[in-house]
Ligand binder design. Structure first.
Ligand code: ZN
Length: 265
C-alpha cells in the first residue's frame, strides 16, 4: 500500500508539472513585450492578436506577422501618433487621442490594394515589408480636415509628415527626396492640370498622374512650411484664405516654389 501511495504522489507531481508547463507556454504565446512602450495583448477569434498601446488599438490579421514584427509596428505607431500630435499641437489636432484611441487594421494585403484612413479607421498594408505609410494615415485621422480642405494640402501634409516622422520609406516617394522628385516632374513637361492642383487628381485612376500629384503636393507643402512657418501652413490647411495668411496669391507662391525646386540640387 505504501508503495502505490508513493507512485500516486509522484504521478500527481508529474501531471501538475506538465499542466504548469502547458499553462506557462500558452502565456508565452500571447506575450508581446516591448522595451519602449507598454503593450496590452488580447486574444481574438477574428484577429491573430489585438494590441493596445497608450493611443492605439491595433488589430492584426491572422497568419501574417511574427511577434517581433508586431512589436515593431506597435512601437512605430505609438511614436508616430505622438509625433503627429506634437506637430499639430492642441490648436490644430482634430481628435482627442487621450480619450479615444486610434484604430489600425494591419492587413495581409489580399483584400485591400492600398493603405487608407476611411471613416477614422486606418488600414495598413505592407507592414511586413516595412513599407506601410502609418504616419501618413495617422495624419489623415488626427488632422481630419473640414470639407473645404484642398486635396493637395490634405495629401501633401500627410506625405510630408510621413517623410519627417515615418521610419518606413513608403509611397509615393519611397524615402527619396521629395523636392528632387518634384524637380523631375516639373522639368519633364508637366501638365496644366497638375500645376493647377485640381482636387480630382487625388483620385484619378491613372496611377502615374496620381503619384505625381502626391509628390508635387508634398513638395509644395514643405516649401510653404519652410517659407511661412508651420502655423501659417496649418491655417491654410484648415481652409483659411492663402492670400490673407501669406500676403501672396497662390499663383505667386507656386512660382516661388517652382523656382526653388528647379534650383535645388
Ligand atoms: Zn493620403
Amino acid at each position: 500500500m505504501k508503495y502505490s501511495k508513493q507512485i500516486v504522489k509522484k504521478l500527481t507531481i508529474i501531471v501538475l508539472s506538465i499542466l504548469c508547463i502547458i499553462y506557462l507556454s500558452s502565456c508565452q504565446a500571447n506575450k508581446v513585450v516591448s522595451s519602449k512602450i507598454n503593450i496590452e495583448v488580447e486574444k481574438s477569434n477574428i484577429y491573430e492578436l489585438i494590441l493596445t498601446t497608450e493611443h492605439a488599438i491595433i488589430y492584426i490579421d491572422k497568419d501574417y506577422l511574427t511577434k517581433p514584427e508586431m512589436v515593431d509596428i506597435a512601437e512605430k505607431i505609438e511614436t508616430g501618433i505622438n509625433d503627429v500630435k506634437n506637430y499639430l499641437g492642441d490648436k490644430y489636432i482634430r481628435k482627442d487621442v487621450s480619450k479615444e484611441k486610434v484604430e489600425y487594421y494591419i492587413k495581409k494585403g489580399k483584400d485591400v490594394i492600398m493603405s487608407s484612413a476611411i471613416g477614422g479607421d486606418i488600414e495598413l498594408i505592407r507592414v511586413k515589408e516595412k513599407r506601410s505609410p502609418y504616419v501618413h494615415e495617422t495624419v489623415h485621422v488626427l488632422a481630419s480636415s473640414n470639407i473645404d480642405t484642398k486635396y493637395w494640402l490634405f495629401e501633401g501634409l500627410a506625405v510630408h509628415l510621413q517623410d519627417i516622422f515615418g521610419e518606413n520609406p513608403s509611397p509615393p516617394n519611397l524615402g527619396k527626396d521629395i523636392d528632387k522628385l518634384a524637380k523631375e516632374i516639373l522639368t519633364n513637361d508637366v501638365s496644366d492640370d497638375l500645376l493647377a492642383f485640381k482636387n480630382e487628381l487625388a483620385y484619378v485612376g491613372e496611377t502615374k498622374k496620381r503619384n505625381e500629384f502626391y509628390k508635387l503636393s508634398a513638395s509644395l507643402v514643405k516649401y510653404i512650411e519652410n517659407e511661412y512657418g508651420k502655423e501659417k501652413l496649418l491655417r491654410i490647411y484648415y481652409s483659411e484664405d492663402i492670400e490673407k495668411v501669406t500676403g501672396k496669391s497662390f499663383e505667386d507662391i507656386k512660382k516661388g516654389w517652382i523656382e526653388y525646386v528647379k534650383k535645388s540640387e
